[in-house]
Design a binder for this molecule. Structure first.
Ligand code: NAP
Length: 378
């Protein structure tokens, strides 16, 4: 089912990428969710014409009111990526921000609909399959004159931006390691299906790393380490298959790349159980059950565990040169919303080359500072 409630005619005087004409709207798919609400508030404050898109008008209207925004003049109600795509093809918004999750499945459908009208696309995907699926649309995006950005969140940008800085004006390095340590305040409420599915997907995918330029399987939770941050705090991280891994390889060209995250359990007994848990959750019925149960978990409001979120990279060249750098940010979720808002605003102005990109590849490493981060380079 899909329907568009519109009380105002929208202009169609926007960009004319790829010979097509978009209107001046920015659609937020998943406007009632955590990321969607935060991005909506930021874009509305920047004066963009924001349209909420999702499956429940009531929840979108309530989220809109909670954010203190004047009533939306247009609301798009649609309950699947395919139906949302139909609405995009019909209305031709200039930029679509996809926060509905399950990005490996939803991103190509929604991005292709954007391209059909020469519009642009942004998401916060952070798994290898979703990031690769979106980047695979590069040639189509160039032909359509569309800019597609995946991984517009803390993990991908906070690490790829540091790698890009460390590799500036240098040949491709031999080895890269990136570490993402987000510090996030938990808001009270249900975990929700989108986040629950992302957590289960991490467990079922297992680990990945690049060896000799090829993406190979490794153990989830490999390479555990205690990471000491420049501000004196520390956290444990361990290996994970993530969008950070793909972005770090793409931006550096290094044949050997690993990525670790503070979100992976590092206690030895739990790490030992991760492969078994992953295999169990690969059974479709168990996966559905786990996502359903996790989605209903009610979190208590909890302040963020550390003052800062940190992205970290260590880059090594064959001549023995080794460089290390950090990106410091505040709350990881706030940074994700700031990154998406900054990317979206620039796409609305058409200030990037058409193609499918990760955020720093599209808009440069300085995007991380535009989103509130600070580089600490060695
Ligand atoms: N890369 C990063 O740094 C980063 C950071 C945070 C989150 N994420 C990812 O971003 C995604 C969203 O996270 P979140 O915490 O914002 O999730 P959330 O709070 O559950 O929000 C998901 C939104 O999508 C909507 N939605 C879900 N299925 C839909 C469908 N079939 N049709 C239409 N709308 C649908 C939901 O609508 P209802 O209100 O109807 O449920 C809700 O508005 C997750 O995949 C998460 O893992 C990435």
């Amino acid at each position: 089912m899909s329907e568009t409630e519109q009380t105002k005619q929208t202009s169609t005087t926007g960009s004319t990428a790829g010979g097509n004409t978009t209107n001046d709207e920015v659609w937020i798919v998943g406007a009632s969710g955590r990321v969607g609400r935060a991005v909506t508030a930021r874009l509305a404050a920047r004066g963009l014409t924001v349209v909420p898109v999702g499956r429940s008008r009531e929840r979108m209207v309530a989220a809109w009111a909670d954010a203190g925004l004047p009533a939306a003049t247009k609301v798009v109600v649609a309950d699947s990526a395919e139906r949302i795509a139909d609405e995009i093809v019909r209305d031709r918004p200039r930029v679509v921000v996809n926060t509905m999750g399950s990005f490996a499945a939803t991103a190509p459908v929604i991005a292709r609909a954007c391209m059909s009208g020469g519009g642009h696309y942004v998401d916060q995907a952070n798994d290898v399959a979703a990031v690769q699926a979106l980047l695979a649309l590069h040639d189509e995006a160039v032909r359509a004159g569309s800019i597609l950005v995946t991984g517009a969140g803390f993990g991908v940008l906070a690490t790829e931006a540091v790698v890009a800085k460390l590799c500036e004006d240098r040949p491709a390095p031999h080895r890269v390691r990136v570490d993402a340590a987000a510090s996030v305040a938990v808001e009270a409420g249900l975990l929700g299906a989108a986040l629950a599915a992302s957590i289960v997907d991490v467990l079922t995918t297992g680990g990945r790393r690049y060896e000799h330029g090829r993406l190979v399987t490794s153990r989830l939770g490999a390479d555990p380490q205690q990471l000491a941050f420049p501000d004196g705090e520390s956290a444990k991280t361990a290996g994970v298959s993530s969008g950070e891994l793909v972005a770090a390889q793409a931006v550096s060209g290094a044949p050997f790349v690993i990525a670790t995250s503070a979100l992976v359990p590092t206690a030895a007994p739990v790490r030992a159980l991760l492969p078994l848990l992953g295999r169990l959750l690969s059974v479709p019925a168990l996966r559905r059950l786990a996502v359903d149960r996790l989605a209903r978990v009610r979190a208590k409001a909890t302040p963020r565990p550390r003052r800062h979120s940190w992205g970290h990279a260590v880059v090594e060249w064959t001549d023995g040169t080794r460089r290390e750098g950090w990106l410091r940010a505040g709350d990881g979720m706030d940074f994700t919303a700031d990154v998406t808002a900054a990317v979206t605003e620039q796409l609305a102005r058409g200030t990037a080359r058409p193609g499918a990109w990760t955020p720093a590849a599209a808009l440069g490493a300085e995007l991380a500072t535009a989103a509130g981060g600070t580089f600490v380079l060695g």
